[in-house]
Design a binder for this molecule. Sequence first.
Ligand code: ZN
Ligand code: ZN
Length: 384
Amino acid sequence: MNKDWLEKDFYASLGVSKDATADEIKKKYRKLARELHPDKNPDNPKAEEKFKEVSEAYDILSDTDKRREYDEARTMFASGGFGPGGYGAGAPGGGSYNVNMDDLFGGQGGDFSDLLGGIFNRGRGGARSPQPRRGEDLETELNLSFDDALDGVTVPLNLRTEAACDSCRGTGAKPGTMPHTCPSCGGQGQVARNAGGFAFPETCPTCRGRGQLIDDPCTACRGAGRAMKTRTVQARIPAGVKDDARIRLAGKGTPGERGGPAGDLMVNIHVAAHPLFTRKGDNITFTAPVTFSEAALGSQITVPTPRDGNVTLKIPAGTTTGKTFRVKGKGIKRKDGKQGDVLVTVEVAVPQKLSDEARVALETYAGLTEDHDPRRDLMTLAGQ
Ligand SMILES: [Zn+2]
Ligand SMILES: [Zn+2]
């Protein structure tokens, strides 16, 4: 008997009536489980919470014995003065939590806990483990090349995590033997403890909540049923992922226990720097050197773009150093199908060595452009 039972309306959780057939319950559960599954609702703690609630409700209502116990427990509490709505948040009159159990049961606290104990132990067949448990979330680091980050990539990640032990297939018992139901708690993992006339459930001290006892522990896992294993997970990294991004891969964490869902895997992305390209949002930037004559006379220069090879860029006559040109649609691919641009900044490269002819030609050029003083306004602007 679980104290939760008095507070939780499993029928309401599944959205079925109290006299729903097993088939109706199963159908409703499958529909809800599909909708609420964590794989379908990544990063949605509300859906996750509801998923757990629905799973718990189904666990009870799908088991004929448990359902009968649950119904009986709730009926008993309802008839004990809690009104037809039962014991819980929906009870008419609200505030009926502060009921004195001795008043209710005429001071016969002992009888009361016996009553609960009776419900508790009845109809419990084979060993049933306690609640399913969701697997733990894991975290891992992933280094990506600049190109892989641009294009997206599926990479195998080797994870060392806990999983069911191979030797005992997770039972914890030596192969060939089986764990047996804990006699103290009947496999429930909890026992009723009488406190102030009210029976509270507490973790069974004999089996420490496992519901089962193992006489001959598995030597491989020393009875834990779990072992460290290397698993390989295929991680799909979307195109355009940024450096320092954190990607959640739902259900790729530690496998759950007793049918619980797997945890999630958080992947911390580190993108290697590129020797030429720099990323700015959805755009790629880099600097292309041009000669003075290309900038002054205008020219067509060939520049690279990531992945897509080279493009020809038209530099108009009179282009100043530092001017940026846009190559449309060659940048980062986005989820919506659009693509960023490549931004090419030109920078005039000054030759470090000149041939005699080139020097003469430049001196001729200097003589011909004496009238052009680029610093004419400098002193004025400085206020001198
Ligand atoms: Zn084992
Ligand atoms: Zn026990």
